[in-house]
Each structure stands twice: as C-alpha cells, then as structure tokens.
Design a binder for this molecule. Sequence first.
Ligand code: FES
Length: 117
Amino acid sequence: MSEQVACLVSDLEPGAALQAELTLADGSDVPVAVVRSDDGDFYAIGDVCTHGEVSLSEGEVNGCEIECWAHGGRFDIRTGAATELPAMDPVTAYPVRVDGERVLVDVDAPMMSKENA
Ligand code: FES
C-alpha cells in the first residue's frame, strides 16, 4: 500500500478531526485521526490514545494539538508527541498530501521523530 484517500478536503473544517480506517500493506486495518489544524493544514496520527482505548478524533483540536476527551491528554498533530499528561507515549504520525480535493495518507511510511523513534 502507499497513499490512500482518507477523506476529502471539504469533509473537515479547520479545527476539526475525523476517523479514517486505512489499510496497511499487510492487509490489517489501522484507525487514523485526520486532523485539520486551526490554520487549515491537514495532519494524520494514530487514532487510539496511548493512555486508553479512546478515539482521539473525537477530541478537541486546539492549534496544532488534539486533546483526548477522556482525561485531557494532548498530542502534537504534527509529530504525534504526547504534550500533556496523563498521555506519555506518542501516537504514530503519518505523512499527508492534499491532491486537489483528496486528502491522502500513507500509513506504511510513518514519520519518525525523536519522540517516536
Ligand atoms: S484515554 Fe486519552 S488521556 Fe486517558
């Protein structure tokens, strides 16, 4: 697998998120939170909070962070880094490319950062 259509640009207002079920090269499904920052850019991170089995796409977007609705843990949507307790471990961040109206995510090429290397 390479890039997959996660959603359309018109599906997400700035400051919003949605869940997309994408497929890894091995055929397994991976839930991804597609997040649009307040300034309109698109990002994709693993949708499951690392503190509990909670969907991050149901959380609140503030700037370049998304807050887990369960206990207030926060993640940087650009890197997946945990930025607020009780979340401590990062979620995976994935490359996103906008092609016209399509928002493309490559779940087989997770971005490595110092936080999630
Ligand atoms: S489940 Fe997300 S912060 Fe607790």
